[in-house]
Write a protein that binds this ligand. Sequence first.
Ligand SMILES: [Zn+2]
Length: 77
Amino acid sequence: MPETTTFRGDDNPALVAAALACRVCLSGEVEWALEVDEFDGQVHCHCLDCGHRRVVSLTSDQTLRLSLHREAPLEVA
Ligand SMILES: [Zn+2]
């Protein structure tokens, strides 16, 4: 079962970044790649600190939100 996440399409970037953070070591140093399907998508996350990998299922809103960050990476304040 892929994981799901809870950020909304209009959430603050810090919340979106937190949703992608590593669940094992809680690091925010995560490399992610968006995979877009016809109606929704999923994001493949790779923790740069501990190497943990996971796949998170996204709603269409979440997919759209992350697609906006391909050009402008998430900045964690
Ligand atoms: Zn980690």
